[in-house]
Ligand binder design. Structure first.
Ligand code: NAD
Length: 427
């Protein structure tokens, strides 16, 4: 085992975020008690692809963009995971996120393993036409490695329904017929699922609501701060408000807004739709920084922006009573320890933001069956699946006296381990 652990430290994806995923895994493996060959197999991705995408820019020049796709585990089925466009995308980030996707899918008992990919670029600085050419070139280069039975991409940071439509069209053009099941998170007009757009943010709030029940709190009586006002955070803020909770602060990359009486969330959405971000919004609010938002006094802090936001530096300064991880990997390993010492429970990412991949699974099932469900049915199925996963995590945490993150990881690892033990290592 020591040899295997040593080998990890020299592999190409071994970046700080990957180490965070590995540290969490190693800790959970101590609790999970699975055979050594299972642990060894799960420590690393099965496959990683590095690409340089040549793209013609609007001014006629050509630029090359690094791109990645990492597939962590195909034991339970095709791999599944988002595509992000961000300047920080690298192999280690994709490997860490792919590993988290494996745990998330397994925890929700979806027949998938984890994958993740992305293009290193500043999406905000690119035109729609440039983004389309990047996406189409990426899809063409990925074509031999993705497929409805092999690896199914989805949106993530700075990618959206339009990005998925370009991917679906490019893949379909190469096949010669429409293949809607190649991606999820598509527009409904080409086989997307109702409620997919809202699924991650709505799922975050379903998990928070379930946690409140267990903690003996009334969600409608809680004050909430939400970091990130995109697909996950924006929807979570709306759903919290719909549940009657007071959303006292939200933020995006441009900074945050705060009102102790509660923000007018629909007006904020309308502002962002018109102006692109919260920048410049001042009506009846106090402007705050992202750092200040994290340290606000509130009941529930929703982290829905990006990884590595609560760290050893600020974990001691949080003044919330519950942290909900809408983003992937927003809490560092040291911060987890500090929050545990301070008695602040963390609803872990692989459970809390799993609504997105769960409805992506529903979308894929609907596409394969060419039979589409209505919104109420999807919302009900999502609530059932998240409640079931939440209850299993809560039980493991209670029985073993471990954190919710460790409990979620142990429950997920057991799902993958059972499949790997049944299948064995080929040949
Ligand atoms: P998005 O691009 O729609 O929104 C991201 C939001 O965070 C934007 O408001 C952006 O301005 C803000 N942001 C970015 N950097 C920030 C910073 N440093 N400080 C404060 N705000 C910042 O992306 P998204 O789809 O909402 O994803 C957010 C997180 O949720 C990511 O970690 C992603 O991996 C995770 N996630 C997304 C989904 C999904 O279905 N979209 C599913 C599961 C997990």
């Amino acid at each position: 085992m020591a040899k295997v652990a040593h080998a990890a430290s020299v592999l190409e994806w071994d970046t700080p975020l990957y180490q965070q995923a590995r540290t969490q895994l190693e800790h959970a493996l101590e609790l999970a008690e699975v055979p050594d060959f299972v642990s060894a197999r799960l420590r690393h991705p099965e496959r990683a692809l590095i690409l340089m995408l040549p793209v013609r820019m609007d001014d006629g020049t050509y630029r090359s963009f690094p791109a990645y796709r990492v597939q962590h585990s195909s034991v339970l089925g095709p791999t599944k995971g988002g595509i992000r466009y961000d300047e920080a995308v690298d192999l280690g980030e994709c490997a860490a996120l792919a590993m988290w996707m494996t745990w998330k899918c397994a925890l929700l008992r979806l027949p998938y393993g984890g994958a993740k990919g992305g293009v290193r670029c500043n999406a905000r600085g690119l035109s729609t036409a440039e983004l389309a050419r990047i996406t189409r070139r990426l899809t063409a280069e990925l074509a031999p490695f993705i497929g409805p039975e092999l690896d199914i991409p989805a949106p993530d940071m700075a990618t959206n329904e339009q990005t998925m439509a370009w991917m679906m069209d490019t893949y379909s053009m190469q096949k010669g017929y429409a293949v809607p099941e190649i991606v999820t998170g598509k527009p409904v007009s080409i086989g997307g699922s109702l409620f997919r757009h809202e699924a991650t943010g709505a799922g975050v709030v379903m998990v928070i609501a379930r946690a409140c029940e267990r903690l003996g709190w009334v969600l409608a009586a809680q004050s909430c701060a939400v970091q990130g006002f995109g697909n996950v955070g924006g929807i979570a803020a709306s759903e919290l408000r719909d549940e009657g909770a007071r959303v006292v602060a939200v933020s995006d990359i441009s900074g945050g807004v705060y009102s102790p009486e509660g923000l007018d969330v629909p007006t904020l959405h309308a502002y962002v739709a018109e102006h692109g971000s919260l920048e410049g919004y001042t009506k009846d609010v106090e402007r705050i920084t992202n750092e200040e938002l994290l340290e606000l006094e509130c009941d529930v802090l929703v982290l829905a922006a990006r990884e590595d936001q609560v760290t050893a530096e600020n974990a001691g300064k949080l003044r919330c009573r519950l942290v909900a991880e809408g983003a992937n990997g927003p809490t560092s390993v040291e911060a987890d320890r500090i929050l545990a010492e301070r008695g602040i429970p963390v609803l872990p990412d692989i459970l809390t933001n799993a609504g997105g991949v769960t409805v992506s699974y529903f979308e894929w099932v609907q596409d394969l069956g060419r039979l589409f469900w209505d919104r109420d049915e999807i919302r009900r199925r999502l609530a059932d699946q998240l409640s079931d996963a939440f209850d299993r995590v809560w039980s493991v945490a209670q029985e073993r006296g471990v954190s919710l993150r460790d409990a979620a990881l142990v429950a997920a690892i057991h799902e993958v381990a059972a499949a790997l033990e049944s299948r064995g290592i080929y040949p």
